[in-house]
Design a protein around this ligand. Structure first.
Ligand code: ATP
Ligand code: MG
Length: 198
């Protein structure tokens, strides 16, 4: 792909699947050859939500009324799109669907995805039972206690949403399996995807 073009890869996966862990390693591999910036969509939204006085911690975000989440989400898309610059690969770490008390909220609705204009959408997936145990073991976060059946449904709906984005934008959809205890191998696979875009 042209060196002068703006390149964006969106890396998604349901909470606790391991996308931030894998992505940080993949970016380290990529940085040996070219410039990569990672931006966490939730962090950009969180900063905006804290500044507006809506939340105090990150896990309160998905409990905000959906219209409030959409408003913050739109602002974040504009901030992130401005970060996409020539000569670097921008990787966006985000969620395809956010589980809210009112149902799943699209993380990448039409007005976000047409602002970001990604080249590739990556779905990081894992077996539901491993996602369940990764969520239980991770004490740094307060995560939903979904059953493995709910986790499976969430992952399947994310696939459907990714395909819809591909139809809307022409972005390709890549599924990367984050097998248990195989972070390095998954990161290598993701680094190959990043290199293809670069
Ligand atoms: P969130 O969407 O909530 O930010 P995430 O997808 O970014 O979640 P991480 O925070 O990267 O998930 O990982 C969740 C937990 O799973 C961490 O404790 C991490 O060490 C562990 N983990 C990640 N990948 C694997 C793997 N392949 N095998 C075992 N444990 C893993
Ligand atoms: Mg994360």
């Amino acid at each position: 792909m042209s060196v002068a073009s703006k390149r964006i890869v969106i890396v998604t996966g349901i909470p606790g699947v391991g996308k931030t862990t894998v992505l940080n390693k993949a970016a380290d591999i990529a940085r040996q050859e070219y410039t990569v910036e990672i931006v966490n969509y939730g962090s950009v939204m969180f900063d905006a939500a804290v500044n507006s006085g809506f939340v105090e911690n990150r896990d309160q975000m998905r409990l905000l009324p959906p219209e409030k989440q959409r408003e913050i989400q739109k602002n974040a898309a504009e901030i992130i799109a401005k970060k996409a610059a020539q000569g670097k690969l921008l990787i966006v770490d985000t969620h395809m669907l956010i589980a809210t008390p009112e149902g799943y909220l699209a993380g990448l609705p039409e007005w976000v995805i047409t602002t970001l204009k990604p080249d590739v959408i990556v779905l990081v997936e894992a077996e539901p039972e491993f996602i369940f145990s990764r969520r239980s073991k991770d004490e740094t976060r307060t995560r939903d206690q979904d059953s493995t059946i709910e986790i499976n449904t969430h992952q399947n709906l994310c696939r459907a949403a990714a395909t819809a984005i591909s139809v809307l934008t022409g972005a390709t959809v890549k599924i990367v399996k984050n097998k248990e205890g195989m972070v390095d191998e998954t990161a290598e696979e993701l680094a190959v995807v990043l290199k293809g875009v670069n």
